[in-house]
Ligand binder design. Sequence first.
Ligand code: MN
Length: 294
Amino acid sequence: MDKGTQTPRALQGVFPPGPDHWVGDGFYVKTVFWPQLDAQMLSPFLLLDHGARKHFDPSAVRRGVGEHPHRGFETVTFAYEGEVEHRDSAGGGGRIGPGDVQWMTAASGIVHEEKHSQAFSERGGDFEMVQLWVNLPADKKMSEPRYQPLLDREFPRLQLGAAEARLVAGNLDGETGPARTHTPITTLDLRFHEDGTSELELPAGWTTLVFPLEGNVTAGPNRAPIAARHFGVFDRDDDGAVQLHASKGARVLVLAGEPLNEPVVAYGPFVMNTREEISQAFRDYQSGKMGRLL
Ligand code: MN
């Protein structure tokens, strides 16, 4: 079919975020979606926290979240402003700054801390970040932890109508994002450089989620609104192109992935397939099997 006459992919629903809250003393976020909302609709994605732009005064103490574990999934941190520094029990760690992404696979278990960097703490400034949780399929949940620091300059740039895309993971328009994923996932962000439309050819049958970090977006055949910091879910069975309309300056995170079709049991920092596996995760953490921060 001629691309120009194709009906845009249908928008299945739009959901508001939860209330603002602190994660530790460093991240003032809204939880945009979470597993208990509808784990199968979101799969393979689990949770999205967005800390909108916020000013932090200089501080002698590094703000953030102290030592805590994860098992069974991946945490993906997008730094938009400011700097985040991570350190984990598997020897991973590093600092990510504006435009960078850290793709951390907790898998069988890690213990880590997530804080503002030393330099950012000392000078203060504006801070904006996203943390996304990506589920792992049952047969990868107990695999080795992995850490991928991805720099802004590594992301291919694509011109998609009125927006420029930065491709973090997966394939789009003949380009491939640098992040390695355990299941098929395409992740990108868009920045609208003018009022207009951006069209994305994403696989049918996948979960497709759209999150405007800033600015309002409309989508679908009826141009339904997706307000800033809400998220839209597209119809999985519709093979039409994902069409997004927005004003200049809008910024949008797009998450697409093949659903896992497995049970999701999420409890605190652990996401497994059964309650027994969650209990085991608590026992393994308490007995030190996920390591300790040195
Ligand atoms: Mn964490």
